[in-house]
Design a protein around this ligand. Structure first.
Ligand code: SF4
Ligand code: ZN
Length: 329
């Protein structure tokens, strides 16, 4: 039978990676992923061997994979999962995260928005009349920062991969949003009461992370968040994937060359924007005003009756969500 061979050992390959112009067997795929993470960590001074690391885990492939890779590389890392209250999607994501941590005897901190702050993402979206990702992203950033500082962690690791970062870069570039471009770096140093945050998967794609999980036997939430369907981020990913199909390697060149060549030029702008901040009167978090954005959101949306997920989806997302619900029944 005809099968493609691993570039490294000649054994049967399980994946072809056109951007490396090669195929890899399971062992050498794992080796490639480890090496790419080690390179990102070394090149950008992301982690030190004795850092206390907090991994932001969502239950999806990327965050579970980076937690696994860091442990595999000998780092000591705990996880933090935030229950966002996005219907069945959140329920299943939480189950995968807890199972991963339990099976390996890892420390997993959990925060449930509804239990602890009396709101959830769909309700926040409905009350504020903004897209769900706005309240969601802000809540996650605030709670990860707070948990890292309260827990004495040195650094927060997130599972953003090459596809995510390239899509964000694509959007920022389409608008020439210089402020966002200046901040788009795989390392945000600790400053002004914010913890250090790093993205060690910056050199690896979604497909490679899915393969890592399959080879390592990690079960993860396969479904996209229903709120993401039809959003620009996914459209940018699709656009980049179609360029990548025509010209393998374009996606990584677009993002990694940006980090190497443009980030140093833009760094000055970022520092100029980082002035002294006030402390939030409610929670003490750094803020430009008197009260931080999270406390203002909490004040506004906390205590409202829960809103079902489908109430806050755009038309395309609602159609897909209801069809998936019906198929699952
Ligand atoms: Fe939150 Fe939006 Fe991501 Fe869903 S897609 S988890 S709502 S940021
Ligand atoms: Zn606050």
């Amino acid at each position: 039978m005809n099968f493609s061979k691993c570039r490294v050992c000649g054994e049967r390959a399980i994946i072809d990676l056109p951007r490396h112009n090669a195929n890899f067997c399971a062992d050498h795929l794992l080796q490639l992923c480890r090496r790419q993470v080690e390179k990102a960590i070394k090149d950008h001074e992301m982690l030190s061997p004795d850092d206390r690391i907090l991994v932001a885990v969502s239950g999806g492939k990327d965050s579970l994979a980076i937690w696994d890779i860091l442990l595999d590389l000998g780092y000591s890392a705990d996880g933090l999962y935030i229950g966002l209250g996005i219907g069945e999607y959140s329920d299943v994501s939480g189950e995968y995260t807890r199972a991963f941590a339990d099976e390996r005897g890892l420390t997993l901190h959990t925060i449930d928005l509804r239990d602890e702050y009396d709101y959830d993402v769909p309700t926040a979206a409905k009350v504020t009349r903004r897209v769900p990702c706005s309240a969601c992203g802000m809540s996650k950033r605030h709670l990860f920062d707070k948990a890292a500082l309260d827990g004495g962690y040195d650094v927060v690791v997130t599972g953003h991969n090459l596809d995510d970062e390239a899509a964000v870069l694509f959007g920022n570039t389409l608008r020439w949003d210089v402020e966002y471009l200046a901040r788009q770096h795989p390392v945000l140093p600790a400053r002004n009461g914010f913890p250090k945050k790093v993205k060690p998967l910056m050199r690896l794609t979604e497909r490679e992370m899915a393969a890592w999980c399959i080879v390592r036997g990690i079960d993860y939430q396969v479904d996209e968040c229903p709120m993401a369907i039809g959003n620009k981020h996914l459209a940018y990913k699709e656009a980049l994937n179609s360029i990548e199909r025509e010209s393998p390697g374009s996606k990584s060149a677009f993002y990694l060359e940006f980090v190497d060549k443009m980030s140093p030029i833009l760094a000055g702008l970022n520092q100029a924007a980082a002035g002294e901040l006030n402390r939030c009167a409610e929670c003490g978090a750094p803020t430009t005003g008197d009260t931080c954005a999270f406390c203002r959101l909490h004040e506004r949306v906390g205590g409202h009756e829960p809103v079902p997920v489908e109430m806050v989806l755009n038309k395309k997302a609602r159609k897909a969500y209801l069809a998936a619900q019906a198929a699952g029944e």
